[in-house]
Design a protein around this ligand. Sequence first.
Ligand code: 5MM
Length: 412
Amino acid sequence: MTAKLTGLMNWLRSDRNLTTTHWASWESDSTYRRTNHDLDAIGELTMRSETVTHGGVIPHTFTRRVGPQFSEVNTQLLRDTAQALVADAKGVLAMDESNPTCNKRFAKLNIPQTMEARRAYRELIVTTPGLGDCICVVILHDETIRQQKVDGTPFLEILSDAGIIPGIKVDTGATDLAGHPGEKITEGLDGLRGRLAEYFQMGARFAKWRAVISIGDALPSRSGLEANAHALARYAALCQETGLVPIVEPEVLMDGDHTLERCRKVTEEVLRNVFIQLNCQRVLLEGLILKPNMVLSGLKCPAQASVDEVANTTVKSLWRTVPAAVPGIAFLSGGQSAELASARLNVMNHRFKSRLPWALAFSFARAIQQPALEMWSGQVGNVKAAQQALLHRARCNRAARRGEYTASMETK
Ligand code: 5MM
């Protein structure tokens, strides 16, 4: 683990007094930064920061307006956590499937759809040797964050020992949007403030909320886009108030026969609406991570875009819509094959990395887990082989973040 991440993990673990106005960060063993904040009555935050090295002290000062929901310490916590979520060319493993989704995947493989089977599967994942070399963040479900290994060790402790930052899915799922046939709205805002405070206390340092957008003849509607973007922004503001970094996940689904071009237009419109609403709700852009879909041809479209076309079009859409202040974009996989998801992310990083304002990372569920889940199939004797399959996909995606993935990695 780098000195920077070690410092963050220690800081997150410690019982930190959140009213303090002085802190030291962890640029390296020989350099650190100390910061002093002033927040005036109209919400103008002035930060005076000094980087201290063996060669002397380098001062920096900047001022910015922040919404009234931010304390000065929260602002710095959010920035640092968001940076850590996309640090080190590692990535995010989404293992936050709701019980119905997890059960549906288990049913296809004749795995019992029980709490114990879900626990055993999640134990397999978090105890994978070497997972922390490729994965620095996991997204958990409410059931999982409270669970333990069979010997009683809490999953949160196992993750912490592996240097992995835990977070939590907090939406309660997508339901039909009234008056809008074929469209969904994600729910979960009622009581969210209290739930977020509990998760922060438990050790979560970020949260995740997924909005689902379908492409059809007359879909998505303007009101469907606005409703989902508004809910994402309300969720994000509540997270930041609590000190949790929001992962903002607007997913344009692959289902349908739409072209790559249609997916591009819809994705850009979705992202424009999301950032309008995030700004309206005074969400700190530096303190969030975006989790979008890649721009893809619909699954039933006869003309399937090449890896290069997907990579180029996705980056172009993000350039047009995502402010440079956002520290990282971590893609969902959305049902792509595991190999294609790695190949497409790889081309984006290989071709564009040096010109992008944000890190391009992954936050895959199926594209990391599916081969491992199939290998396991609920059998204790398959755990080791399943962990190897999981680690293999995690390594491929770590390589893709660095622009170093090759198809030959799949045959080694
Ligand atoms: C799109 O789903 C998210 C990413 O997974 P993939 O890489 O497989 O597309 C995922 O984090 C999702 O939000 C969770 O699995 C929760 O989904 P459900 O549908 O169970 O709420």
